[in-house]
Write a protein that binds this ligand. Structure first.
Ligand SMILES: Nc1ncnc2c1ncn2[C@@H]1O[C@H](COP(=O)(O)OP(=O)(O)OP(=O)(O)O)[C@@H](O)[C@H]1O
Ligand SMILES: [Mg+2]
Length: 380
């Protein structure tokens, strides 16, 4: 009798331990998911090789039957089943990383100044992601309205000015009437802010003239890439709401020519002017073949997307689905040769001005300097 009671208690204890041990039940849920989505080859299922417990995550390493690779259904299904962030990697074995906590919903901008072309983009669950504009010169940014595109542009601009106040210059095409970037024209690093297509046309004519001048200078010095020279200057062309640069049926012939010219110069910046030190950041709410010109997309090796309405829009923006699943404002996918889901730090206009106010240009000095600056290129 005592023996029966004793083994009964032991069985209940074992059952409870199994039930409440999160690692065991998590593993079971993972293997249920394998079965539910048919992640197997005939009767052969993945088998758990080991578990690695880390501070903020649990890693499950599975050996999979020959011929099976990772499956795009795995990540979203596991994430929803476990109600935790999940990352999947496939390196001969299937690695499933289940995080204990979710990404922060709000991270305030608080970045140290460095002397390079590297800017913060955001925080993933386990690391900070930065972007180096000397490694990857051009970037596209997509996302529905009020998801954080302009805030990210301001974050990038602020960090670049803080890092390289004497070497960076910006041409900004703010096609929302200059409301966001117009006030920044006071800063000495901002060459021009265009607030409509006609102004964008003029600004881009100036940019094209400068590209021609620099091309000449590179040729006569046998330079092929700015990175191999002592030239310190970098010129950023930022377009906020690029969709406004695609002509519609209601535009006149002249207007259409102006739009096409703007798109051509931006494509030229991405195609050839990167080597001369020009960097393009092209931002749009509506990524389609018309609003995100092919040459710009193909030559922008960094692609960022905030939430988009559909998987199709996500494929246009970042070449894969996923942006339609992003939830939080400021949450984005940063895609280069790797892909990261991250939270972009928030910078308010007040913080931006508190850091950049010291670079407001003195109007009288500016006028005197303007002519000489226009036609010079600085060497280090
Ligand atoms: N990284 C962030 N973290 C937290 N909140 C943010 C972040 N970025 C933006 N927001 C909030 O969302 C608001 C809208 O952001 P933003 O103006 O950048 O959107 P947008 O994508 O440029 O929209 P639109 O396409 O309409 O111009 C901000 O005023 C701010 O309140
Ligand atoms: Mg905006």
């Amino acid at each position: 009798m005592e023996f029966i009671i004793g083994s009964g208690i032991a069985a209940v204890a074992l059952y409870t331990a199994a039930k409440w041990n999160p690692a065991v039940s998590e593993r079971k849920k993972i293997e249920h998911v394998f079965r539910n989505i048919g992640y197997r080859v005939k009767d052969h299922e993945p088998t758990l090789v080991r578990r690695n417990k880390k501070e903020s995550s649990m890693e499950y390493v599975y050996s999979v039957p020959f011929g099976l690779i990772d499956d795009p259904k795995l990540q979203p299904t596991l994430e929803k089943t476990l109600s935790k962030p999940v990352e999947i990697k496939f390196r001969g074995k299937l690695i499933i990383k289940v995080y204990n906590k979710s990404l922060s919903k709000l991270i305030h901008y608080d970045e140290q100044v460095t002397n390079d072309w590297i800017v913060p983009i955001g925080y993933t669950l386990n690391e900070q992601i930065r972007h180096d504009f000397d490694s990857i010169p051009h970037m596209t940014i997509a996302g529905m309205t009020r998801q954080g595109k302009t805030v990210l542009l301001k974050l990038i601009l602020t960090q670049l000015i803080l890092n390289k106040p004497d070497d960076v210059e910006f041409y900004i095409i703010d096609l929302k009437g200059g409301l966001e970037f117009g006030p920044l024209e006071k800063l000495k690093q901002i060459k021009k802010v265009a607030s409509n297509v006609r102004e964008a046309y003029q600004v881009l004519q100036e940019v094209q003239k400068n590209i021609k001048r620099d091309m000449q200078l590179f040729r006569s010095n046998d330079y092929s890439n700015v990175l191999d020279t002592s030239i310190k200057k970098r010129t950023f062309i930022i377009v906020d709401e690029g969709a406004q640069l695609s002509p519609g049926k209601h535009h006149t012939k002249d207007e259409k020519q102006m739009f096409n010219y703007c798109q051509e110069v931006l494509s030229e910046v991405c195609r050839v002017a990167g080597a001369l030190g020009y960097r393009n950041i092209f931002c749009t709410q509506y990524p389609t073949a018309d609003t995100l010109p092919r040459q710009i997309k193909q030559n922008s090796d960094a692609k960022i997307s905030f939430r988009l309405p559909t998987g199709i829009a996500s494929r246009v923006a970042i070449d894969e689905q996923g942006a339609e699943e992003l939830g939080n404002v400021g949450r984005a996918i940063y895609r280069t040769h790797t892909k990261h889901v991250l939270q972009v730090p928030f910078i308010s206009d007040d913080v931006m001005w508190s850091r950049l106010g010291r670079y407001e240009r003195d109007a009288s000095v500016e006028k005197e300097d303007q002519a000489s600056r226009d036609n010079t290129i600085e060497f280090g």
